[in-house]
Design a protein around this ligand. Structure first.
Ligand SMILES: *Cc1c(COP(=O)(O)O)cnc(C)c1O
Length: 389
């Protein structure tokens, strides 16, 4: 990384670890190293820490402690939710239809495709509007008695849009079909209430809200059939085997608590910066569009497409100028294919290849937004010339 790198504007990819979270974790890397499954005092101390973290997370998510399963992050939570619930629904009631939004993170989209290809599920993609939002009426129309699972992302990582999840949840609940939501991005910006949202399964990941990488949670509503996907010891009530990662779990609970406490204040601080960024880009750059909904979006998220631009070339120009941004999803960098999410909005590949995502966070300043706006028009123009050359 160059020494001039100074503006980190990629909080949807990951966030810096909050120093208060690091402090909370440290004892569990050092003196309190016990295995929470052990009977002795070392084990008891570790177990007490894990159960305190679980209770704290449950209070913030509005569920019971035993409805939370610790995982290795958002990817594993999504895999466990889709595979575990789909395979259980097939085993218990012969259900083999999956209903999934077309704007999911790859951890959902590719898992759904794998279920179709390897386990013979019938995968149906829901329609979305031009902002990437699912209409609850479309869910109602497409639900079948043999639908195994519905999955709809809450806050979109690439385009920032929020889905009307509570309405979708009410429909799925009435029809008796489990609903999963990937709330990995949304958890940093919205209070997540799993009972209000009426979801049965919900994924979160600590490193998207200033916690450590490699740890997450899957909420599993009591009574939701779920086949474990990782087998071994009887950890997590048989739902996910493996010794619990005590320090990371402690850190995740602390990180969510701090995020919840500071969410409103951060939202009020970020909204005006988001507005300035979006208006500044649309006013100064020709052939530019905002992607995602103008209002129903997360407070830190600004995403665009520029016609006739190679998104990766633009990212490198930005990096040289000292700005760390993204083309959409961190996992898609270096992939010349246009994003499936952007194509689902109805954009042509010519537009979709020129994507830019700027995601603000706690350390982002008005000066950084101003500085970005002062260089971006010229960098987009340069990227366009590169395309023509
Ligand atoms: C980051 C992200 C994931 C993956 O989470 P990891 O903890 O990095 O595996 C899944 N879904 C969304 C929406 C994300 O933003």
């Amino acid at each position: 990384m160059s020494a001039r790198q100074w503006a980190y504007l990629d909080h949807a990819a990951t966030t810096p670890l909050d120093p208060r979270v690091l402090q909370a974790m440290l004892p569990y890397f050092n003196e309190d190293y016990g295995n929470p499954a052990s009977v002795h005092g070392y084990g008891q101390r570790a177990e007490a820490a894990v159960e305190a973290a679980r209770a704290n997370l449950a209070a913030h998510l509005h569920c019971a402690s035993h409805e939370l399963v610790f995982t290795s992050g958002g990817t594993e939570s999504n895999n466990l939710a889709l595979r575990g619930a789909a395979l259980a629904a097939r085993q218990q009631r012969g259900a083999r239809h999956l209903l999934v939004s077309p704007v999911e993170h790859d951890a959902v989209a590719k898992t759904a495709r794998a279920l179709a290809e390897q386990f013979d599920f019938e995968l149906e993609w829901l329609p979305v509007d031009g902002f990437g939002r699912v209409d609850p009426a479309d869910v109602a129309r497409r639900l079948r008695p043999e639908t195994a699972l519905v999955s709809v992302i809450l806050g979109n990582n690439e385009i920032g849009s929020l889905n009307p999840l509570a309405e979708i949840g009410a429909i799925c609940r009435e029809r008796g079909v489990p609903l999963h939501s990937d709330a990995v991005q949304a958890a940093a910006h919205l209070p997540i209430d799993v009972s209000g949202l009426q979801v049965d399964l919900l994924s979160i990941s600590a490193h998207k809200f200033y916690g450590p990488k490699g740890t997450g949670v899957l909420y599993v509503r009591q009574g939701t059939p779920l086949l474990p996907q990782q087998i071994g010891g009887s950890h997590e009530e048989g739902r996910r085997a493996g010794t619990l990662n005590v320090p990371l779990i402690v850190g995740m609970a602390k990180a969510l608590e701090l995020t919840k406490n500071e969410m409103e204040e951060q939202g009020q601080r970020l909204r005006p910066l988001q507005d300035e960024l979006i208006q500044g880009v649309l006013n100064a750059i020709p052939d530019a569009q905002l992607t995602g909904h103008p209002r129903e979006r997360m407070a830190n998220h600004a995403s665009f497409v520029f016609e006739g631009v190679d998104g990766n070339a633009l990212l490198m120009l930005l990096d040289d100028a000292g700005f760390a941004c993204s083309s959409g999803s961190a996992c898609k960098t270096a992939n010349p294919e246009p994003s499936q999410v952007l194509l689902a909005l109805g954009l042509t590949p010519q537009w979709a290849l020129g994507s830019l995502r700027v995601t603000l966070g706690r350390e982002s300043t008005p000066e950084q937004v101003q500085a970005l706006l002062s260089v971006l028009p010229a960098l987009v123009a340069r990227a366009r010339q590169l395309e023509l050359a």
